[in-house]
Design a protein around this ligand. Sequence first.
Ligand code: FMN
Length: 156
Amino acid sequence: MQSAPEFPIYAPDLTDPYNARRLSCAEALYGVLGVERDNKLGRMMQFARNFDFYGAPVGLIVALDRRLERGQWADVGIYLAHLLLLAQERGLATCAQAAWAAMNQTVRAFLDMPEPYLLYCGVPLGYARSRSAHQYVADGAGALDRERRNARVCRS
Ligand SMILES: Cc1cc2nc3c(=O)[nH]c(=O)nc-3n(C[C@H](O)[C@H](O)[C@H](O)COP(=O)(O)O)c2cc1C
């Protein structure tokens, strides 16, 4: 069951360029998956696939000790990046999934996860099947360029 994540995944008042990049990436991904922006059910169904680890045979849960400070959260990021790259090197596909943070209560109960641990994300591990998602290219920089262009248009 969905519950509030134990930490904010995004700032509630996320400003540009971050918000623009986030929207642009989501638009690009759902675009290649053929899910239109106004197709609410389609978007929900695609989002729900997170909780099946996108059909991967292995699902990892990454957790960290909540007594560690923000400085050490970077270490988790480094660990995660290496994990994803090592998997890729061995021909395995992965996908960091912050969506799992909203399932922390269910996962905690299921895994009997000790209290100090905080669910950071999930990671499916398997062989890539769908080709469509692979056409997706994260376009954060593109969003930034567009924003700069718009800012110039607004100023002139
Ligand atoms: C910290 C983090 C959390 C993410 N959370 C999710 C998520 O919950 N669900 C999802 O489908 N993609 C999520 N993504 C995006 C994918 O993991 C992946 O980065 C994106 O689809 C781009 O693929 P690529 O990194 O292979 O280019 C997240 C990425 C990061 C870095």
